[in-house]
Design a protein around this ligand. Structure first.
Ligand SMILES: [Zn+2]
Length: 147
């Protein structure tokens, strides 16, 4: 008797890539043009997809717009474009990081991939705020002062 497979054969392992900005390791996308300088296509796409709903709300909802702005700042701060230092400066300003204290972290504690992974259980606004706080701390080496 031939062995009968209960489940479809596993897909061949998909090649992954590490984002040059935040270091998130994601399945490589081959059909996508670069979406964000300093980021892998897979990372930029994940960010886009994760924020899409909130971005749409942002047109009508000032609260959502604020969260989107914070997410963009966190993303830009993790994915600097060497050709556009003003964009990084503006992002750090939005995050409340003073240029005098800014540093390049060796590793980021939170990335878009972490935000996307927790989306099922935690509200996106809460995730974005935690992510932005983590980026700020990674960029300054200073933990937020306890309230
Ligand atoms: Zn990234």
């Amino acid at each position: 008797m031939r062995h009968h497979r209960e489940v479809p054969p596993a897909a061949p392992p998909q090649p992954t890539e590490a984002c040059p900005g935040c270091g998130a390791v994601l399945v490589r996308l081959t059909d996508v043009a670069p979406l964000h300088p300093g980021a892998s296509a897979s990372c930029a796409r994940l960010f886009e997809v994760t924020l899409r709903g909130l971005r749409e709300e942002g047109g009508a909802d000032a609260g959502a717009a604020t969260v989107v702005r914070l997410a963009d700042a966190a993303y830009d701060a993790q994915h600097p474009d060497p050709a556009d230092p003003d964009r990084l400066r503006a992002a750090l300003e939005d995050l409340g990081v003073s240029p005098a204290t800014v540093r390049s972290p060796g590793a980021w504690r939170t990335t878009t991939a972490d935000v996307a992974a927790d989306l099922d259980v935690i509200d996106l606004k809460v995730l974005v705020e935690a992510w932005a706080r983590s980026v700020r701390e990674d960029r300054t080496g200073v933990s937020a002062v306890r309230q």
